[in-house]
Design a protein around this ligand. Structure first.
Ligand code: SF4
Length: 559
């Protein structure tokens, strides 16, 4: 089976050491990306680690396809113990980092320890350098990029960076690359912040020789370039009105099921502000959305649909320029737009101030700097909903993505059991239910499908293939690309989900953590069906006999 190649590079920012460890066995068994990072995290982060303690580790991992010129592969995976959910999370970002990362010759970067001083870490094919950067304390993400350009001639495509939110350990701080692309969900920005790592740069020409089968690669590229999908013009916002018409666009902090101003913040509104094409590296599909409002001078990349929901309908804000401004603010300060937007919506609910975009932006900024009410909200809805006097719309501490589980019941089941919490990218149930392939009504009988969707998403995060490319990078083409049967690829995904859940079990998670803050039909029985389909114990835990250590334990080799 095709897999990533290259060693694990462990950077201990406390000891200022960099060591390489051969992980060929891990890569053969887990391919790369999310699966390999999860295997390493499972075996090398102590089960009782503090998410913002030096014992937590953050993993940035590539898959084998990042060496190709194939569309839908300009992405990277990041994994670690989440300050938001307290369990393992993996998150996926596009941009132009992946090729520069591969050029350093490594397959996985592991950031360990904690530094006394604010650091930039420079990774090249010739080694690692640590640079103290006290002048970047409190810098926004674009300010970090400007510094790296001026001092080192490196662009935002060479960097991952955190903003003030990460430094201030906001529980939903993101790690940014290319200034506008976020490793968003789960607060891994706070993990880098706790390690005093402001940015990591990647530069080199040492791509290891992995052969990618050419015909599917070229066909996929050609089809992506010739596609007339609406998504190529409007990105993920193209579905806003359809989703609203399906009563799946939560509005005013879940008080309503649809937004009367959906058209004002949806795909057409965004396309009107789009001033050029945007893409990830090597991707001819180019679905990204550089937007600009001439009158106000607001310029950003996006907003994507989830930001339209979080800073639009969820807050009762119906002006696309306000949503663009909030998007830019979150990118610049380094925060996940979904968690930030929904947390601010909870605040607006508590103050009865829906629709007040100016207040929303003021509070968003305060969160990043932990000023006043921002210090409370930086903890996320799960921890502060009682203080605010609002309902707790989270699962496992993670704020909900848009696609409403109260309407799409299979998607609701997915939110209920996902190891990561209420994230829409964990399984593709929403697509099946929107398309009618699966009846949105009811939860029973959907567990087998959910398991398969989770496994499929986990493998695509491993390869790594963009979630928006599934019509082009089909199951048959994945088989050709990876030289493997599709069922074997799904098994890699299954192993990944199992390791995530086992890690979380060892931190105290069990079936009591699977559920929803609202009622949908037969949820308890559907969760039991899921446990059976997943091969779990009745209490939602992973049988210990199913777990074997695969990664070199921390401290054994090269640490
Ligand atoms: S489809 Fe869009 S998000 Fe995915 S890799 Fe291509 S440009 Fe990036």
């Amino acid at each position: 089976m095709l897999h990533a190649e290259g060693p694990l590079l462990t950077v201990d920012v406390g000891a200022r050491t960099a060591t390489e460890t051969t992980i060929d066995g891990v890569l053969e068994d887990y391919v790369g990306g999310r699966a390999a990072a999860t295997a390493l995290a499972h075996d090398r982060i102590p089960f009782d680690a503090d998410p913002v303690g030096p014992e937590n580790r953050a993993y940035l991992a590539t898959g084998p396809l990042q060496q190709s010129q194939m569309s839908f592969t300009g992405r990277m995976n990041m994994t670690g113990l989440s300050p938001l959910t307290d369990g393992l999370v993996s998150t996926n970002a596009g941009g132009y980092l992946s090729r520069n990362f591969v050029g350093t010759g490594i397959s996985v970067l592991e950031v360990a320890g904690a530094s006394d001083e604010l650091l930039a870490v420079h990774v090249t094919d010739e080694g690692v350098e640590f640079e103290e950067v006290p002048e970047l304390k409190g810098a926004t993400v674009p300010e970090v990029s400007d510094y790296m350009d001026a001092q080192h001639g490196l662009g935002p495509d060479n960097c991952i960076a955190i903003g003030p939110a990460g430094e201030n350990r906001v529980r939903f701080a993101s790690v940014m690359t290319f200034d506008s692309r976020a490793f968003g969900r789960g607060g891994l920005g706070a993990v880098l912040g706790s390690k005093n790592v402001k940015c990591v740069t990647f530069d080199g020409d040492a791509a290891p020789p992995v052969e990618i089968p050419n015909p599917p690669e070229m066909e996929i590229h050609r089809e992506a370039a010739q596609s007339d999908d609406r998504m190529r013009r409007q990105g993920t916002t193209g579905g806003t009105e359809f989703i609203n018409d399906n009563f799946s666009l939560p509005t005013r902090y879940f008080q309503d099921y649809g937004f009367e101003h959906a058209a004002d913040i949806g795909g057409d509104a965004v396309e009107e502000k789009k001033y050029k094409k945007g893409a990830c590296s090597a991707c001819a599909y180019a679905c990204k959305l550089p937007t600009r409002d001439e009158e106000s001078g607001v310029e950003t990349e996006g907003p994507e649909f989830e930001t339209v929901y979080a800073f639009g309908s969820s807050q009762g804000v119906g002006d696309i320029v306000d949503v663009m401004r909030a998007n830019e603010l979150c990118d610049s300060l380094g925060m996940d737009t979904i968690s930030a937007g929904v947390t601010v919506a909870a605040y607006l609910a508590s103050e009865d101030k829906f629709g007040n975009a100016e207040l929303a932006q003021e509070v968003t900024e305060k969160i990043a700097y932990r000023e006043g009410i921002g210090d409370t909200l930086a903890e996320g809805v799960d921890r502060v909903h009682d203080d605010l006097g609002v309902d707790n719309y989270t699962v496992k501490g993670m704020e909900f993505a848009a696609h409403d589980g109260r309407v799409l019941h299979g998607q609701g089941l997915s939110y209920a059991v996902a190891n990561r919490g209420a994230d829409h990218m964990y399984a593709g149930m929403l697509s099946l239910e929107y398309s009618g392939e699966l009846d949105p009504e009811g939860t029973l009988g959907k567990a087998e499908t959910l398991v398969r969707e989770e496994n499929s998403a986990a493998f695509r995060d491993t390869g790594i293939v963009c979630a928006f490319g599934s019509d082009y990078v089909t199951e048959e083409r994945l088989e050709a690309l990876f030289d493997a049967d599709h069922e074997d690829l799904l098994e890699i995904g299954a192993k990944t989900v199992r390791l995530e859940r086992h890690f979380n079990n060892r931190r105290g998670f069990d079936g009591g953590d699977d559920g929803l803050p609202y009622e949908i039909p037969d949820l308890e029985d559907a969760i039991a069906e899921y446990y059976a389909a997943r091969g779990l114990n009745d209490d939602g835990t992973v049988p210990e006999a199913d777990i074997e250590p695969v990664a070199p334990p921390a401290g054994s080799v090269g640490d």
